[in-house]
Ligand binder design. Structure first.
Ligand SMILES: [Zn+2]
Length: 596
């Protein structure tokens, strides 16, 4: 799909006129007799679904609350359609909330390409959530969700979701965008600037002469963005612009309000280079030539090739890392983030944990730690998820992001449990397989729309293990994991151990026996339904026992040494398995606790 847009912004009225041409190719096997566009700005009107939801949900987003309800006429947002044509002929359409419903007399045949031409007019809302004007830090325009955006039609049909406040899903395409705006404004965002020598504002290379092409006090900025599913821009007359080209030739742009937190903005520049270096190596090669960190919005939000973050915070790197990782898990692996928010928020959170570890180590001049049973992988997201699991408010991870009962339950699921999905996968298939599978998943599914089964299949293919049960339990139910060491009994020169599955979700077992002489050995039981075993993860001795058929609530095995030699027996000392009750995971000699 090809988007061509030209808009003319009036910075006094905060309104803009737009023309849009969409070349839409129907890649589905179905004839389409209707299409849908998102009109996200319409959410910022009293009585919109986003407004009503925010005023009626038990734990409203503090950024929204009743602020939409209280917007005045000149503060609301809207996208008004002035005309819409299909291949030059007017079509019937109706605006319903944040969705434009379009009925076609002539269906779009599979494989065919049509032209939609639209004229529209928009008013930029006062910034409340993500997009808008004049945010809390005084950035004039944070322009996300600003254009009528074609909804996605995929194997599940149309996804013409109303904008209620959460996540996004879009059609892959090439964007060609011209923005006419007051000449004092500096723009940053998605896309490569095509006419830097007519613009200046720091986009010219050193030594190049700029001839600003001002017409009626405005400059026309021309951007193109290939192979993205969204386009964001931000503009302010007091922005300053810093650049860094990395060793790999990636152009990093940092755009923020002059004189605000300068020190932080300077510090984040080399850290962003480290972030891209690590991420390209471990999560897949970043395919674009540019990334921009821009002050705007209301916290941190991801967009293709860019992010909008607020600047008033202790350090900018944490939020920059998280949002940049969305460029992998939503920007490039374009899963349906509204329906599967955990595949984006969760995976981005998991990746952020690793990258922050790397940046912190590198900043302190430390080398990579030695791999031991205790420090394998990480437990990203686990605390948040386990808290949710015990709260009784958990809903399955498969819940659509808009339909969670509580904002809090949504966050702990999408970010927390989603991150656990990945970090715990390291426990199931082994860290080395996890690292290979992360790259394989990226290569298998970049610039497509992977779903929960697709990501699982990438992990199955790399590990050679059957993993369907993992999604069946962890994504589609709220059943939790709790294993314990039930009994330890000496019998001559041997020690008998009974393990117990207390929770409903089955998992393979790493049981680490530590002897009083300090040596350790791993006793491993795969699940029978995995149809295989993960490889050993450390140099420690490993004993592979017969697999555990999940229906059995207990499992007995024998250690070939007397009980008096044993200091402790512990299930998963790495902490990667999201066991909701860790108290029963460890048996210790010398302790009265027999973990019954
Ligand atoms: Zn996020």
């Amino acid at each position: 799909m090809e988007y061509k847009m030209e808009i003319d912004m009036d910075v006094k009225t905060n309104r803009f006129q737009g023309v849009q041409n969409v070349k839409y190719t129907n890649n589905s096997p179905d004839a389409l007799d209707q299409v849908f566009y998102h009109l996200y700005f319409n959410a910022f009107q009293p009585g919109s679904m986003m407004d009503v939801r925010s005023r009626t949900i038990a734990d409203p987003d503090r950024r929204v609350r009743d602020r939409i309800f209280n917007l005045k006429e000149d503060e609301i947002g809207y996208q008004k359609i002035k005309s819409l044509k299909l291949n030059g002929k007017p079509v019937k359409y109706e605006v319903v909330g944040t969705v434009l419903e379009v009925q076609l007399d002539q269906p779009i045949a599979p494989g065919s390409t049509v032209d939609f031409d639209m004229e529209f007019e928009a008013q930029v809302p006062v910034q409340i959530r993500r997009t808008g004007r004049d945010n809390a830090e005084g950035v004039r325009y944070s322009m996300a969700q600003w254009f009528p955006k074609m909804a996605e039609y995929d194997y599940q049909g149309w996804h013409a979701d109303e904008y209620i406040g959460r996540e996004f899903y879009g059609v892959w395409g090439n964007f060609d965008v011209k923005i006419k705006i007051d000449k004092d404004y500096l723009i940053g965002g998605t896309g490569y600037l095509q006419n830097p020598l007519e613009i200046g504002h720091g986009y010219e290379n050193e030594g190049e002469t700029v001839n600003q092409k001002v017409e009626n006090g405005k400059l026309t900025w021309h951007f193109v963005a290939p192979n993205v599913h969204d386009f964001m821009w931000a503009a302010d007359p007091d922005y300053t612009h810093k650049k860094l080209t990395t060793k790999d030739g990636l152009e990093l742009h940092f755009i923020h309000k002059k004189g605000q937190n300068e020190e932080n903005w300077d510090k984040v520049i080399p850290q962003t280079e480290m972030l891209f270096e690590y991420a390209s190596k471990h999560f897949g090669k970043y395919p674009y030539k540019q990334f921009s960190v821009i002050q705007g919005g209301d916290g941190g939000m991801e967009y293709p090739m860019s992010t909008l973050i607020t600047g008033s915070r202790g350090s900018l790197i944490g939020v920059t890392v998280h949002e940049a990782m969305h460029d992998w898990y939503h920007g490039i692996l374009g899963s349906n983030e509204a329906l599967h928010p955990w595949m984006d928020e969760g995976f981005a959170s998991y990746a952020s944990t690793r990258i922050m570890d790397y940046i912190n180590r590198k900043t302190r001049g430390e080398s990579e730690p030695e791999v031991t049973l205790e420090n394998l992988g990480n437990n990203s997201g686990q605390r948040s998820y386990v808290g949710l699991s015990k709260s009784g408010r958990e809903e399955p991870l498969s819940t659509h992001s808009d339909h969670f009962n509580l904002n809090g339950a949504y966050s702990s699921s999408a970010y927390g449990k989603g991150a656990v999905w990945m970090s715990q996968m390291g426990y199931v298939i082994g860290e080395e397989n996890l690292n290979k599978a992360l790259l394989a998943y990226f290569d298998d599914w970049k610039f497509k729309h992977p779903n929960p089964n697709d990501v699982l299949r990438s992990f199955e293919k790399v590990s050679g293990l059957e993993l369907d049960w993992y999604n069946e339990y962890f994504v589609y139910t709220t059943k939790s994991i709790d294993y314990g060491v039930k009994e330890v009994n000496g019998e001559g020169n041997k020690t008998n151990v009974t393990l117990e599955r207390v929770g409903m979700m089955p998992m393979p077992m790493d049981v680490v026996v530590t002897y009083k002489d300090g040596s350790k050995e791993v006793h491993y039981m795969a699940l029978r339904m995995m149809r295989g075993e993960k490889p050993a993860e450390t140099q420690d001795k490993r004993i592979v026992h017969p697999d555990w058929a999940w229906v059995s609530p207990t499992y007995d095995f024998t250690i070939d040494r007397p009980m008096s030699d044993i200091a402790s027996i512990e299930i998963d000392p790495s902490g990667r398995m999201a066991d909701v009750e860790r108290g029963n995971n460890k048996w210790e000699a010398n302790s009265l606790n027999t973990n019954k």
